[in-house]
Design a protein around this ligand. Sequence first.
Ligand SMILES: Nc1ncnc2c1ncn2[C@@H]1O[C@H](COP(=O)(O)OP(=O)(O)OP(=O)(O)O)[C@@H](O)[C@H]1O
Length: 340
Amino acid sequence: MIKFTDISKTFIVKKQEIHALQHISLEIQDGDIFGVIGFSGAGKSTLLRMVNALESPTEGTVEINGRDINKLSFNELRKVRKDIGMIFQQFNLLESKTVYDNIAIPLVLKRMNKADIEKRVSQLLDFVELADKRNAYPAQLSGGQKQRVGIARALSTDPSILLCDEATSALDPETTDSILRLLEKINKTLNITILVVTHEINVIQHLCNQVAVMERGHIVETGSVLDVFSNPQQNITKRFVRNVLPDTIPASVAAKLKEDTRHYKIIKLRFLGDNVEENILYYINKHFSAETNMLFASVNELQKTVVGIFILQIIGDNTEFDKITAYISEHNIQWQEVTL
Ligand SMILES: Nc1ncnc2c1ncn2[C@@H]1O[C@H](COP(=O)(O)OP(=O)(O)OP(=O)(O)O)[C@@H](O)[C@H]1O
């Protein structure tokens, strides 16, 4: 487990204090794919770099499997670092070395013998599906292939934790997808805990099971991806989530509604899992004296669970509206009134 307890980090630049992290407490369980999302400057990389002690906190503690990594001796820290792989947005490969040699670097530094290095690098090349690029140089590779080399290098020492700093931000959507599938395979088949920092919500959506949202050095919201995405609380979270799970009335529909002179209210419904299959709209139309009009609908899948968002105009008086919303609540469907 990785445990941050009340972490703060202040940088001092030209006598000015920069509060990069403020009172962060977070637990990342073994086996998690944990995503930290935030805009540029939120403090994500600083937080990530605390895990392998590339940054040390001004206050607070970082523990890995119960050991405070800032209290380790030099040799102990070296050992812990071997258990933590890291990949980067710009891949950080040595241009003058072949793919094989880049992957072998940590093993050479570890003084592994040549035959064992050969065996391990060959395994890794197969794992990241780059066996045919063994003798190529980084300049001859695509971005996705370079990141695969970075991943193989990070896995060479057989770590139990992998840190990913904007690992797909330099890649096109299709290549991003293939790297996300590879990271998922690493988590599932090698049982490696993955900590991802990103500003791309689709990375969290398609890869992570847990998420923390960072804003100006603080964690403002955290939880399972399903919980946070299906019911975001903070404005920044809503902004991110809206990009992958839209939940707003299209502008042209809103303009028409403004001209509607009938008495109506608007509600947003969020369905999770099996709830989606219930034909609630049919029931409302049949049993209440109100007319419903679907203004917006989206159905997506998150963590293998279906998430539906419907926005309904309910035309009728307030008594019927109250009955309808009571009925919806009874069915454990989240709803909220929406104003234009
Ligand atoms: N070594 C440093 N010295 C001084 N200030 C720093 C240092 N590292 C980070 N900062 C500052 O700390 C804040 C958080 O930076 P950090 O890189 O962690 O954010 P981020 O969320 O990862 O953003 P980005 O995605 O743009 O890297 C920023 O204001 C940054 O300028």
